[in-house]
Design a protein around this ligand. Structure first.
Ligand code: ADE
Length: 226
């Protein structure tokens, strides 16, 4: 898979791809991530990528021209499954969306900044608008990182068996059950007996029951879709 991220702040994006799972995926050749600095695409002398809002109003707006040139150059090289714009008024990211996108070949992620992008960018280039939650970030970069991480860890071969994404919270609309490691007793706090029993079927049943209880208490909305 190839992810092209368009941004005015590439320095904000680099380090998360240089550690842990995302680095491993890149090292294994399972994903390629490319950053594109919008300032490299602007044709005006001041190298500006934004301008005042028509009709007045506070805040700058990202201009069409550099975004057009960048996306058009990328699309001339290959076809893209999706051109995504990170924005708080987009569709809220969830696990199902990440699952679907992990099967794509190529995606572009455009990070918004300032007040956002000129509407004509959204009308003519963007195929999907994604929010990572109901709060406003200073820009789309952190959202792009969250989206990339959620997708990349699902690409076949990225996670080893013991870290398999199949048992993650949300994967079956349930939150994960509690987990424990050694020691079996610490300061008198005991690990549930069943987990030490070695009885696989009972352990599975306990985990399912706990996952259901946990979901019912914390996120009953997830059970409504069952
Ligand atoms: N840009 C600003 N806020 C955002 C959010 N919540 N999700 C995605 N991109 C954003």
């Amino acid at each position: 898979m190839r992810i092209d991220i368009i941004t005015v702040l590439p320095e904000l994006l680099r380090s998360p791809f240089e550690a842990s799972i995302m680095k491993r995926a890149i090292d294994k050749g399972l994903v390629e991530v490319h950053f594109h600095n919008l300032r490299d695409y602007t044709t005006n002398k001041q190298k500006s990528v934004d301008d005042y809002q028509f009709g007045g109003g506070a805040g700058m707006v990202m201009s069409v021209q550099p975004i057009d040139d960048c996306i058009t150059a990328l699309k001339a090289e290959r076809s893209y499954d999706e051109v995504i714009y990170m924005t708080p008024d987009g569709e809220t990211l969830n696990q199902q969306m990440a699952n679907k996108m992990s099967m794509y070949e190529n995606i572009i992620i455009l990070c918004g900044h300032y007040k956002g992008v000129d509407q004509r960018v959204r009308d003519h280039f963007i195929t999907k608008e994604i929010s990572i939650g109901d709060y406003v970030l200073s820009g789309g970069e952190l959202g792009a990182l969250v989206l990339s991480d959620a997708i990349i860890r699902l690409i076949p071969g990225v996670l080893s068996d013991e870290t398999s994404a199949l048992t993650d919270s949300f994967q079956d609309n349930l939150l994960s059950p509690p987990i424990y490691t050694r020691p079996a007793e610490y300061k008198g706090w005991k690990v549930p007996e069943v987990l030490l029993s070695g009885h696989f079927a009972k352990i599975e049943k306990w985990r399912e029951d706990m996952a259901y209880e946990h979901t019912k208490n914390r996120r009953p909305d997830l059970l409504e879709n069952e």
